[in-house]
Write a protein that binds this ligand. Structure first.
Ligand code: ZN
Length: 68
């Protein structure tokens, strides 16, 4: 099994690994100038709306008190 050390041009640059030993498991093609495929782009860049939802979720659960 060969491990790819550098992302090819037009390939998703999603990196995995630890301790400086990285490889690029994602083989999805990307447009020129784009770093990540759609899947990994969504993991790297969280929209402001999504960020706000994640902030509000804990508050929502706290507001749900048990009406005993
Ligand atoms: Zn990817």
């Amino acid at each position: 099994m060969t491990v790819q050390r550098l992302p090819r041009a037009g390939q998703c640059k999603w990196a995995e690994g630890t301790g400086g030993d990285y490889y690029f498991p994602c083989q999805n093609r990307v447009e020129a100038g784009i770093s990540y495929c759609a899947e990994h782009h969504a993991m790297v860049y969280i929209s402001p709306e999504e960020r706000r939802r994640q902030r509000e979720n804990p508050q929502v659960s706290q507001q749900r008190r048990i009406a005993a």
